[in-house]
Design a protein around this ligand. Structure first.
Ligand SMILES: Nc1nc2c(c(=O)[nH]1)N[C@@H](CN(C=O)c1ccc(C(=O)N[C@@H](CCC(=O)O)C(=O)O)cc1)CN2
Length: 291
């Protein structure tokens, strides 16, 4: 079997076009959604992502506010900036690019963002709401994975899903979203025993471990759907967390790296900003953009 490639780049372009149409409708009502992105330091990958976020925000017709701070910025100054953005009615979404410099307390920073403007879904209130099955802002990467999975498989109810990785950004919220869709969810991590065997039972595998080619081809159940969240730079190439060449011989469908999950992250950020702007203005949630 040769797996179908899941074209996240095309799906993300389509999602951005839907957001753009909704933004135009909102602007006709006199509302222009605004997204503020804060970058602290000069991490090269973060600089690329922040630049892309600004460009795509403008492309869909939203206002983009970029704040670049030196790596040695005191935490108190960043908190002051977040306070200003929280109070600014032109700003509907706030994102603090991760990773932050080592001297900052990441939880204190993320929890300083107004939960209603928390388009990353990292504020502890949104984490709790998602876990409780309530209306929440949902982290962008897992939301993008969920959209791709629903598009591929339709109803996820009763499917065996294995999430490899338990980060707050991807693994944990991904598991919550799959549970919400009635999948049977297992979360694996570095201390999990018999991971290859667990994986061979999974209809859905979401790999988010941060190790290049960690998931081997012979771990994959024939016909399974594989979502590769990893972005690892090796030998001047980007590779995922799945040994893609081998997995493609077994899986039913798989996301490529690059061009799979990555582009969905920014498209979902724009979708979340639109949702935040709608909620801030007492409008219904735009259709199909929230889980
Ligand atoms: N505050 C946040 N920080 C970070 C997040 C996040 O969701 N919120 N996620 C990642 C980085 N990220 C967005 O910020 C991101 C990662 C990858 C891509 C992407 O399009 N990847 C491309 C490859 C791009 C390349 O050449 O490097 C792909 O996979 O096709 C977009 C956004 C960490 N920080």
């Amino acid at each position: 079997m040769t797996a179908r490639l899941i074209d996240g780049k095309a799906f993300a372009a389509d999602l951005r076009a839907r957001v753009k149409a909704e933004v135009a409708a909102m602007r006709a009502k006199g509302i222009t959604p605004g997204l503020a992105v804060v970058l602290v330091g000069e991490d090269p990958a973060s600089q690329v992502y922040v630049r892309s976020k600004g460009r795509m925000t403008r492309e869909v017709g939203m206002n983009s506010f970029e704040h670049r701070l030196p790596a040695e910025t005191p935490q108190a100054d960043l908190l002051t900036l977040i306070g200003r953005l929280n109070a600014d009615p032109a700003v509907n979404g706030i994102l603090v690019q991760l990773p932050l410099p080592g001297h900052m307390d990441q939880s204190a920073i993320l929890d300083a963002v107004d939960p209603a403007k928390d388009v990353d879904g990292f504020h502890v209130l949104n984490v709790g709401r998602l876990a409780a099955g309530q209306k929440a802002m949902v982290p962008c990467t897992p939301l993008g994975c969920l959209m791709l999975l629903r598009d591929q498989l339709g109803d996820l109810a009763g499917r065996n899903a294995l999430v490899i990785g338990r980060s707050n950004i991807v693994g944990k919220p991904m598991a919550q979203l799959l549970l919400r869709d009635n999948a049977t969810v297992t979360v694996a991590h570095s201390r999990t025993a018999n991971l290859p065997d667990l994986c061979r039972r999974a209809d859905i595998v979401v790999a988010a471990v941060g190790h290049a080619r960690f998931v081997k081809g012979d771990w994959i159940k024939p016909g399974a759907t594989v979502i590769d969240v990893g972005i690892n730079r090796t030998d001047d190439r980007l590779v995922g967390d799945v040994d893609s060449d081998a997995a493609r011989q077994v899986a039913g469908a798989i996301t490529p790296v690059p061009g799979g999950v990555g582009p969905m992250t920014i498209a979902c950020l724009l979708a979340n900003t639109l949702t935040a702007a709608a909620r801030a203005n007492g409008l219904p949630d735009p259709e199909g953009l929230t889980p």
